[in-house]
Design a protein around this ligand. Structure first.
Ligand SMILES: C[S@@+](CC[C@H](N)C(=O)[O-])C[C@H]1O[C@@H](n2cnc3c(N)ncnc32)[C@H](O)[C@@H]1O
Length: 405
């Protein structure tokens, strides 16, 4: 592909530079330092990939798991903070004694690629199987999928604007692996950034009267990303932008899940609690363990996101924001435990006895993505102390059998 084509693609497919959104400070380039939305994204990624690789790699040939980051960026921010590639390479090094995490990073931007290639070269020097690929995500997809044949695959798709097309996601990534006859032992999971700013911006074109020569191509690119033009009417019918983003994200996730036969989990990511959604992170997984592990990762990541909201020390506060943070976390914890208790008591009425592992959705109703397994244990222990269950809450949480006393 010629350089000219790549520039054209910029305008049509990725909308980089146009749709950087809330993640980008207006006065500073994106990769200078990390904003809160990226903190949540990276905490989720970092806390999920290790348990995922540990689990699915157990049955994989040579314990080999493949990781693909199709929109990798420079690897590290200019201030040295790790971006997704640096985080994952660090995780790969930590796991090296028991798992082989082969990492493929794709980056189109020349400057970002140079920095990424440097990071990857350092990782190779440490003996890791890491590869930096320059160019568009679409261009490298088939080759990476070939290299992943026979191994579990985790793909992180994190574009600024629109990413891979619906067909590339469903038919190439998931479809190709199904055609290879890969089973549950060769898990395929995707964590995808569905960009809310792109939805708002491109949706706005539907009602805009401004002259915009690239409008038809941009709308077609959105059709390709969403798997059809259904999103256009959804946008037009929504009462406001926030609702449009919610409905279109939901429609997209439902269509992908149906097409590939998977479960999904969507996390709305903001820079501040009162800000509009910057993007939705969506996990597609076919395994219930994936839901449990992801729930743990998201819950822990949310703590770090809330911590990142604390005012910085230089602000000359009269009270210590760290103390009030801990107090607020404790209040949250108690609320989650109360909610989980209620959910378990309802399940006990209906079922009499149940295995925790089989009831993630019911047990975590109302607190999913906030609470985690330790809060389930605390709720079960409270119910045990009150004589409401025979289960004492000791042992692996997911394996607890809770029965009515
Ligand atoms: C949101 S940033 C990635 C951030 C990175 N995943 C992280 O968490 O540190 C998106 C990156 O994708 C690159 N990019 C944009 N379009 C691309 C394409 N079609 N293929 C590959 N990379 C692309 C951009 O240059 C940018 O560096």
């Amino acid at each position: 592909m010629s350089e000219h084509d790549e520039v054209y693609e910029d305008a049509v497919l990725d909308l980089s530079g146009e749709s950087l959104g809330e993640e980008v400070a207006s006065s500073s380039p994106f990769f200078v330092s990390k904003k809160a939305a990226a903190i949540l994204k990276h905490e989720i990624l970092n806390r999920y990939v290790v348990p995922f690789a540990s689990k699915v790699g157990r049955y994989a040939p040579n314990g080999r798991v493949v990781y693909l980051d199709s929109y990798a960026g420079p690897g590290r921010y200019e201030d040295g903070t790790p971006g997704s590639p640096a985080l994952i390479l660090h995780a790969a090094a930590q796991m090296a004694s028991f798992r082989q995490l082969d990492c493929y990073f794709v980056e189109r931007g020349r400057k970002n690629y140079r920095s990424l290639a440097q990071l990857v070269a350092e990782a190779q020097d440490q003996g890791l199987n890491a590869y930096a690929l320059r160019g568009r995500a679409e261009k490298h997809l088939a080759a990476v999928l070939d290299r992943a044949a026979g191994s579990p695959l985790f793909a992180f798709l994190d574009p600024f604007g629109l990413g891979l097309s619906f067909d590339a996601l469903t038919k190439e990534i998931f479809g190709s692996r199904a055609r290879q006859g890969l089973t549950g032992r060769h898990a395929t999971e995707v964590l995808l950034n569905f960009n809310a700013n792109a939805v708002r911006r491109i949706g706005g074109l539907l009602t805009s009267n401004k002259q915009n020569p690239s409008k038809p191509a941009t709308l077609s690119a959105m059709d390709a990303a969403c798997g059809g033009d259904w999103w256009r009417q959804v946008y037009l019918d929504a009462p406001d932008n926030q609702e449009a983003v919610r409905r279109i994200t939901h429609g997209f996730v439902a269509r992908v899940s149906k097409e590939i036969g998977s479960g999904s989990w969507t996390i709305a990511v903001r820079n501040r609690a009162h800000h509009q959604v910057a993007y939705n992170l969506v996990l597609f997984t076919r395994h219930k363990d994936g839901m449990w592990l992801f729930g743990e990762a998201v819950s822990l990541a949310q703590v770090e996101w809330r911590r990142a909201q604390l005012p910085s020390e230089e602000n000359g506060m009269l009270w210590n924001p760290i103390d009030s943070f801990d107090e607020e976390e404790e209040i949250r914890t108690q609320e989650w435990i109360r909610a989980i208790r209620g959910n378990i008591e309802r399940l006990l009425v209906v079922k009499g006895s149940f295995l925790v592992e089989n009831h993630h959705k019911e047990i975590m109703a109302g607190v999913a993505g906030e609470a985690r397994e330790r809060h389930i244990r605390a709720a079960v222990k409270e119910l045990y102390r009150e004589g409401k269950t025979y289960c004492n809450g000791v042992g692996a949480v997911r394996q607890l059998r809770v029965s009515r006393a």
